[in-house]
Design a protein around this ligand. Structure first.
Ligand SMILES: *[C@@H]1O[C@H](CO)[C@@H](O)[C@H](O)[C@H]1NC(C)=O
Ligand SMILES: *[C@@H]1O[C@H](CO)[C@@H](O)[C@H](O)[C@H]1NC(C)=O
Ligand SMILES: *[C@@H]1O[C@H](CO)[C@@H](O)[C@H](O)[C@H]1NC(C)=O
Ligand SMILES: *[C@@H]1O[C@H](CO)[C@@H](O)[C@H](O)[C@H]1NC(C)=O
Ligand SMILES: [Cu+2]
Length: 254
């Protein structure tokens, strides 16, 4: 093809725009940077633990803070990451609850909004929702989308699950989770609670799922009964800035 330089540039930009579009020909939505890649070189023996704050949470829920851990460790053989998840005291209503790895850590004031959007290095975006049958087309951080949302009932407000996710990384790289955070949301996406991953070695002894209770016991300040029988609101008095976090104000869209 023959054309003056600046026109070729425009043509190239248009072509690139088309190639980089999120829709593939068969109607499957993928990231602007393609499908997520399977991470095969996760370093042996590396694990990260996120522990939800036991005394208060970003958006107060009627029964008091969700207690829980997400433990993420290199899967055997180095391909993918094994997740062991246990949440207790989820709200009875407002689900199915979703949870994700977000792209920023939680700041020291515990503000879940500041974790920003999901870990999404392939720029896949929010819509349409993740198809769990094609996890490589989903946002890397969309754990609930790929592995299932959380359903609770009056009789069961606990959740535990283990699975392997092939697309997250415990070593360096764009899908690295180690300095990031986990956020739990109501079905309407309001952020309820969040926690940072911290490096944690459980390879010696612990079975993470059975150690949740031990972990919570280790926190001497754990005493959620105090808040459980009040009006369910955040009683500003235990908030350092007296500013009380009112969940209704944070209608985040991630
Ligand atoms: C992404 O994966 C889907 C499902 O396997 C496939 O149809 C699509 O062509 C892939 N897209 C890219 C850009 O590799
Ligand atoms: C989101 O859902 C929760 C639980 O049902 C509710 O309390 C809250 O008001 C809802 N927020 C919005 C913005 O709809
Ligand atoms: C998180 O780690 C990645 C990879 O090491 C690095 O590129 C990124 O800057 C880190 N982000 C923060 C907020 O520390
Ligand atoms: C949390 O952070 C957001 C965004 O930075 C801010 O608008 C909001 O006021 C903060 N909430 C609290 C309770 O500090
Ligand atoms: Cu999220």
């Amino acid at each position: 093809m023959h054309c003056p330089g600046f026109k070729c540039g425009a043509l190239l930009a248009m072509t690139f725009g088309l190639v980089a579009s999120q829709k593939s020909e068969n109607g499957i939505t993928t990231g602007k940077k393609g499908n997520a890649t399977v991470v095969k070189d996760n370093p042996d023996g590396v694990g990260f633990l996120a522990v939800l704050p036991t005394r208060k949470q970003f958006t107060p829920t009627p029964a008091g803070p969700i207690q829980g851990v997400v433990y993420a460790q290199t899967n055997s053989g180095g391909t993918g990451v094994k997740y062991d998840i246990s949440f207790k005291n989820l709200p009875e209503e407002g689900g199915p609850f979703v949870y994700h790895i977000h792209q920023k850590p939680v700041p020291s004031d515990g503000n879940c909004t500041d974790t920003e959007a999901h870990l999404d290095p392939f720029e896949r975006g929010e819509t349409p929702p993740c198809d769990p049958d094609l996890p490589q087309t989903c946002q890397v951080g969309d754990l609930a989308g790929k592995h299932g949302a959380i359903v609770t009932s009056k009789d069961n407000t606990d959740f535990s699950e283990s699975y392997t996710d092939d697309f997250t990384a415990t070593g360096d790289g764009k899908s690295f989770i180690g300095n990031l955070s986990v956020v739990i949301h109501y079905a309407n996406l309001t952020r309820i609670a969040c926690a940072n991953f911290e490096e944690f070695d459980a390879s010696d002894s612990m079975n993470m799922m059975s150690s949740l209770d031990d972990l919570l016991d280790m926190d001497d300040s754990y005493d959620y009964g105090d808040d459980g029988d009040d009006d369910g609101g955040d009683d500003g008095g235990d908030s350092a800035d007296g500013n009380g976090m009112d969940g209704g104000k944070y209608n985040d869209t991630y």
